[in-house]
Design a protein around this ligand. Structure first.
Ligand code: P6P
Length: 338
């Protein structure tokens, strides 16, 4: 068999890459593998959600006022369960949990990592069979390892990320992650129940033919964002918007483009959450050669979070397109200040 074509599973790849990781000690390897297990379990339910009574809303709202879907709750529980068993995670924060939760030590192991996640991003699409995703971010704890985790462990800037990734439950189920040495994608092969390396060293195109924004909010964006969207239209760019960030970002990673979620009257700080949506996505896209800024033109990963569920505006994607958007907004603002 041609060695270049043989199957490389996620587990094998992580272990092989671990030797390249400056803090290689096996814990991160175990953590990533446990997230992979949780993704397989969530995938199984997402794929049969229509067959069992797991569609629809759970009749509650989450910490940020979003209606919680039953599958959100399921995914949240499975991720927590897998991370608890790993023994490598000392704390968890989730879009579905008001506050972070400390994870009791397994045996005498002093776990080093905290994990933040959006268990099922885009879940309002579940009932209409549109792709959804899981987004995760991994930090090394900064508080005293002798005690429980504290809020400061979860409020680290994106530049401190140790690893980040997403799982896209779409026409196929793909796990994409980075530990800061490039981005790789693994497609779940249901026949063997393994995530197999399918997209090695992903590099985002410098530009693409699509822009990605909820055009329905156009009149609610600040004038400079409206003018930039007009400019995208003038360039004959196509509009693609799935309403599931993971799916939109996954397309942009491979085809190029720019994803925008600016501030609106309804979301004056933006809608997407900084610590478990914008930061991990920004880390992945930057590692693939792209850029991620907020609509105040500041690099997403440099922002120091002050609240667990704080929101951020975001413009993320192909480097040339993000640079162009930044220059356009600066020029427009300067013109209007003069
Ligand atoms: P809107 C899904 O609810 C989500 O958090 C992201 O996945 C998605 O990009 C965005 O919100 C969609 O928001 O306001 O356009 O429906």
């Amino acid at each position: 068999m041609n060695i270049a074509n043989r199957i490389v599973t996620l587990d094998e790849f992580i272990i092989r890459k671990e030797s390249e990781f400056p803090f290689a000690s096996g814990e991160l390897t175990g953590l990533l593998r446990d997230i992979g297990v949780a993704a397989k379990i969530v995938n199984r339910e997402v794929n049969k959600a229509g067959l069992v009574n797991i569609l629809g809303v759970a009749g509650v709202e989450n910490s940020t006022g979003d209606t919680v879907q039953k599958l959100d709750m399921f995914a949240n529980e499975k991720l927590i369960e897998c991370l608890k068993n790993s023994g490598e995670c000392c704390g968890i924060a989730s879009e579905e949990l008001e506050d972070f939760i400390p994870i009791p030590a397994v045996a005498t192991k002093e776990a080093k990592y905290v994990v933040l996640f959006d268990p099922l991003d885009g879940s309002s699409n579940i009932d209409v069979n549109v792709s959804v995703g899981t987004i995760f971010a991994i930090y090394r704890r900064v508080s005293d390892s002798k005690g429980d985790v504290t809020l400061e462990d979860f409020l680290q800037a994106g530049t401190e990320l140790v690893a980040a990734g997403y799982v896209s439950y779409g026409t196929s189920t793909i796990l994409v992650y980075t530990t800061g040495s490039g981005v790789n994608g693994f497609t779940l092969d249901p026949s063997i129940g393994e995530f197999c390396l399918s997209h090695r060293d992903i590099k985002i195109p410098a530009r693409g033919n699509y822009y990605c924004v909820n055009q329905g909010y156009y009149l609610k964006f600040d004038i400079e964002m409206r003018r930039y969207i007009d400019y995208c239209s003038d360039l004959n760019l196509g509009l693609r918007y799935i309403g599931s960030m993971v799916s939109d970002i996954h397309r942009i990673l491979f085809q190029g483009g720019i994803f925008l979620y600016p501030n609106t009257r309804k979301y004056p700080q933006g809608k997407l959450r900084l610590v478990y949506e914008c930061n991990p996505i920004a880390f992945i896209v930057e590692q693939a050669g792209g850029k991620a800024i907020d609509c105040q033109l500041r690099r997403i990963l440099d922002q120091k979070p002050t609240q667990l569920h704080q929101k951020s505006t975001i413009a993320v994607g192909s480097p040339d397109m993000v640079d162009e958007m930044k220059a356009f907004v600066e020029r427009y603002a300067a013109h209007n200040l003069s």
